[in-house]
Each structure stands twice: as structure tokens, then as C-alpha cells.
Design a protein around this ligand. Sequence first.
Ligand SMILES: Cc1cc2nc3c(=O)[nH]c(=O)nc-3n(C[C@H](O)[C@H](O)[C@H](O)COP(=O)(O)O)c2cc1C
Length: 207
Amino acid sequence: MTITNPVIDCILSRSAAKYYDPAASLSDDQIRELVRIGTTAPTSFHLQNWRFIAVRTPEAKARLRPIAWNQPAITDAAVTFIIVGQLADSSVIPARLAPLVEAGIMPAKMVPEWEIPARDLYMDYPQRRRDEAIRTGTFGAAAMIYAARSLGLGSTPMIGFDAEAVHRAFGLGKEEVPVMLLSIGTERPGNWPQKPRRPVADVLDLV
Ligand SMILES: Cc1cc2nc3c(=O)[nH]c(=O)nc-3n(C[C@H](O)[C@H](O)[C@H](O)COP(=O)(O)O)c2cc1C
């Protein structure tokens, strides 16, 4: 049984782009819209522990490329996002939930019911705080990848960069982790189609 619809077609047709049209740009409003869509991805306790640095000027691209394995996508793609995850911090939860309470989605008395378990889950566990930063950034990036695809744009998630150098060169805070780079832009011909995957039977356990 195979299922098709436009969303699934978008997912199935995505591939990681290598070649971008260096003459094609995205407006700051288009970049904002991609990030707005990215931020509708789910995050643990609605922490929204992310930040997005849109590297889109020649100067900023020139700063990033040498500390990102000199990957051509960084200068060729319209924009490369530094997807920044922030270490999970339960103390931000009241502020993050306030708009839901104001909108009448969540009763105010539920706020501590989210904040206290989050404190117990994360605050004495540095690895969990970092894991959540990576998960959050990855979900956000994934939403942007598929949004880009639906708009006919290519994308490339990249781990080929010097994390410490990126941290320094783009002023990340001490509680911030560069999760990945994500180039997005108009493709030029020559990109590979999506690669074949391992068979479902090899990766799925039905229990
Ligand atoms: C976390 C992550 C890091 C990646 N890093 C790079 C990278 O630094 N440079 C690159 O060209 N591609 C990178 N890729 C792209 C992968 O090579 C690509 O997604 C994989 O080969 C599967 O191909 P497909 O995305 O076209 O299906 C990365 C992908 C992921 C998910």
C-alpha cells in the first residue's frame, strides 16, 4: 500500500542539494517566513529553545565558509541558517506558556504542572539539557527543509563545520549550541535525486 498526497510527495521528493544558483537570493521577508514556519515545530514543554542566524550577506557568508569545511553551498545558496539550540532551561517556561494562558488555551494553574517536571527532568542533568537543544534545533530545521521543498527550493543540512569557531564567529551564548547549518536556496542542475533507503523491514520492529 502506498499513500500519496501533496505533503507526502514533498517529503518523498526532497534530497540534499549540493549545487545552488549563486545569483538567486531570498528576501528578508522570505527568510522570516521560513523561520516562522520552522518555529511551529514541536518542542519539549513548549520550550522553543532555539535561535536562527540567517547568514545571507557576502560578508557573513565569507566569515562562515572557511569554518564550515569550505563547503560551496555556504556562498552559493541564498541563505545558510546557523540552527542554534539552547540548553533546556525550565525557568523560561512561565514566560513561554504565558501567551497560551492569555489566549485561553491553557489554564494558568497548569503552568507549574509543566515547569516542575521540566525542572526535575533537566536541571541537574547537563546531558539531557544538551540533548534537548539538539532535538529542538533538529525539529525546527526539518520543518524548514520541507517548507523549502514545498516552495521549490533546495536545502542542505550540514554538520561539516567547526562548532567552536562558529560559536565564536557568530557570538553564540554560553548556553547555546550550533546544532547544524542549513543552506536553502534555488538549486542549479546537477543535484542527485534522493538516495535509496534501507528497506523498511531492516529498520522497523512491529511489536
Ligand atoms: C545531520 C546531517 C549532517 C549533514 N552534513 C552534511 C554536510 O556537512 N555536507 C553535505 O554536503 N551534506 C551533509 N548532509 C547531507 C547528507 O549527506 C544527506 O542528507 C544524505 O546523504 C542522504 O541524502 P538525501 O538527503 O539526498 O536523501 C548532512 C545531513 C544530515 C542529516
